[in-house]
Design a protein around this ligand. Structure first.
Ligand SMILES: [Zn+2]
Length: 164
């Protein structure tokens, strides 16, 4: 079951988020046709373990490239708007009560404290891109407590989004 906070964040971003979120994002090149396969910018489902934050309905991924696909060798033109979203979520953290945000080789904890996040040098390229979150902002709520089902912050976040 998807937590109410995740549903609220998706709804608010669809209605009030930056315009880039209305477009589809590059996902991968189809092996046979070599055509680009694209996907929506807001993703709730995860591919990880059954108990991870996505598969338990406590996380949202916001596809907004910090680095340019498909090679991820230079910064994306979307990067600036990605950081504006990160800053908006940080300003709303006390109200939203998310406990982890990850983007662009860094993460912020439940207190908003930042630390870098780099894959091991031996990691495969796709694993590095995923671990370091070069393609999306991951935001999640704690498994315990009621924060994941509280949505009283919607108006506060909307006001922040209108400023970015
Ligand atoms: Zn995620």
């Amino acid at each position: 079951m998807v937590a109410k906070a995740v549903e609220a964040l998706e709804r608010v971003l669809k209605a009030h988020g930056p315009g880039v979120l209305q477009s589809l994002a590059f996902d991968h090149y189809d092996k046979e046709t070599r055509k680009e396969v694209r996907k929506g910018r807001l993703q709730k489902a995860g591919r990880g373990a059954a108990d991870d934050a996505h598969n338990t309905g406590r996380a949202l991924d916001i596809i907004i490239y910090a680095w340019e696909p498909p090679n991820f060798e230079k910064w994306s033109s979307e990067r600036e708007i990605g950081y504006r979203l990160v800053d908006a979520f940080l300003r709303c953290q006390k109200d939203m009560a998310w406990n982890l945000m990850v983007y662009d080789q860094g993460e912020w904890d439940a207190e908003g404290i930042y630390k870098t996040r780099f894959a091991k040098p031996t990691a495969k390229p796709m694993d590095r891109i995923a671990f370091e979150h070069l393609t999306h902002i991951h935001i999640q709520w704690p498994a315990k407590g009621e924060a994941k089902n509280n949505t009283d912050w919607e108006a506060i976040l909307i006001a922040e989004l209108h400023n970015i």
